[in-house]
Design a protein around this ligand. Structure first.
Ligand code: PLP
Length: 425
């Protein structure tokens, strides 16, 4: 496993009552039933700290950057604090953190900038397991003659075919683009090992950590990747994207930018005016996780240590939930499950699962559940290569359930009861 910190014993179990009290939207009722937010992979709920920070920004710091007056100075300070928070989150330097609209926009911009340096015949490796936002931006470089090599999966457990990966990384490879975890089936990829393979071949390593970020700690120093992206709205923050880039690369590649904008790194990568009120929210999301960590481990000193403590507790908690969920799903006769089911291999998966029921389409099941206040997703979730490879794309894809640390055992039970009712209806 590439992230040892995830598997150390948590000092204290997660205080689920405290966690849920931080998220006001969890109180929502649907048709007289409490809402069960099992839709985390498409975006998580936010704690009130994030709401307060966004409101606080709009009240006290709402201005553009680098002005000679108080609200502009506060705005600049907000961005500096958020960069420092994300640097702790990634475990990097502050000037290695770039903010952007979302992961997709950031990745297209980065791919375009890297593409400036590539020549026909250069190769980029992508995978069948990935979200299309980590495929299409690289495929767009085919227009320049760049060759895309796509790594297959092992269908039995929806893990990457590492032998195929090794065959496809060659001396021609310039960049390897891999997801940290699959947003469709929850597989966690051995990204540290793959980074070594990429570097041995002289290629850059780009990691899409969007799906992994709510489930485990990211350490770009340990991974040694060149770029890593994630989206705060998947880890309890607002709708934005963030990029980690090694300083040498952020300085070396040339982003497309307007002339008067800063040439300094990382600002030169942040095109136009950012959604600064949401940057305030990103800071608060990281602080929320750190607060959770300090509650789980009172010995955690700095923010980075507190974040690691938080993830130790949330990962252990999510492991219990997903184990119960998978046992319950596999007990439904005729259910088709995609991904790892063996509990001894749960360190290679996170708490996101996809399946098809013996009757009805994934959409029909999602509507049935939604009417009962249980929020799940149906379809391909933009993991289009995967649903095509699994042969389910034309028949509605899969039904996805995503558990995060504010979900409960009771919600898993409710879901299983409702799924059995759907199958019996
Ligand atoms: C694994 C993964 N990568 C990339 C994306 C795209 O992220 P964004 O919405 O920030 O562009 C998503 C969104 O669902 C995702 O789950």
């Amino acid at each position: 496993m590439s992230t040892p910190a995830l598997h150390e014993p948590a000092s204290k179990p997660l205080d689920i009552a405290w966690v849920r009290a931080q998220f006001p939207s969890l109180q929502l009722q649907v048709n007289g039933q409490p809402a069960a937010f099992l839709d985390g992979p498409a975006g998580t709920q936010v704690p009130k700290q994030v709401m307060d920070a966004i409101q606080g920004y709009l009240l006290n710091a709402n201005a553009n950057t680098c002005g000679a007056f108080v609200t502009s100075r506060r705005n600049d300070a907000t961005i500096v604090s958020a960069r420092a928070a994300m640097a702790d989150f990634f475990h990097c330097e502050k000037d290695e953190v770039v903010f952007g609209q979302n992961m997709t926009t950031i990745t297209f911009a980065l791919a375009r900038a890297i593409g400036r340096e590539l020549k026909p015949g250069d190769e980029i490796v992508v995978t069948t397991l990935d979200h299309d936002a980590n495929v299409a931006p690289w495929r767009a470089l085919e227009e320049k003659g760049v060759v895309i090599r796509q790594v297959d999966i092992r269908e039995a457990d929806c893990t990457l075919d590492l032998e195929d990966l090794k065959r496809k990384i060659t001396a021609k490879t310039k960049l390897v683009a891999i997801g940290y975890a699959s947003n469709a089936v929850g597989t966690i990829n051995p990204v540290a090992e793959i980074t070594r393979l990429a570097h041995d071949a002289g290629a850059l390593m780009f990691i899409d950590a969007v799906h992994y970020a709510p489930h485990g700690p990211i350490d770009v120093r340990v991974l040694d990747c060149d770029f890593l992206v994630c989206s705060p709205y998947k880890f309890f923050g607002p709708h934005m994207g963030t990029l980690y880039g090694k300083k040498e690369h952020l300085g070396r590649f040339r982003p497309y930018k307007v002339r008067p904008a800063a040439d300094s790194v990382p600002e030169c990568w942040e095109t136009g005016t950012q959604v600064q009120e949401l940057i305030a929210g990103i800071y608060a999301a990281v602080e929320y996780l750190a607060e959770l960590g300090r509650r789980c481990d009172r010995t955690a000193r700095g923010r980075r240590e507190a974040l690691l403590a938080a993830y130790r507790s949330t990962a252990a908690y999510e492991r219990v939930l997903v184990a119960k969920l998978i046992v319950g799903l596999l007990a439904i006769p005729g259910l088709q499950f995609f991904g790892i089911t063996d509990a001894t291999r749960f360190s290679d998966r996170c708490s996101t699962v996809s399946f098809r029921l013996p009757k009805g389409t994934p959409t029909a099941a999602a509507v049935f559940l939604g009417d009962r206040g249980i929020f799940t997703w149906d379809g391909n979730f933009y993991a289009l290569n995967l649903t095509e490879r699994l042969g389910v794309e034309k028949s509605g894809g899969v039904l996805r359930v995503g558990l995060v640390h504010y979900n409960t055992v009771e919600e898993v039970d409710r879901l299983l009861t409702a799924l059995n009712a759907f199958c019996a209806s």
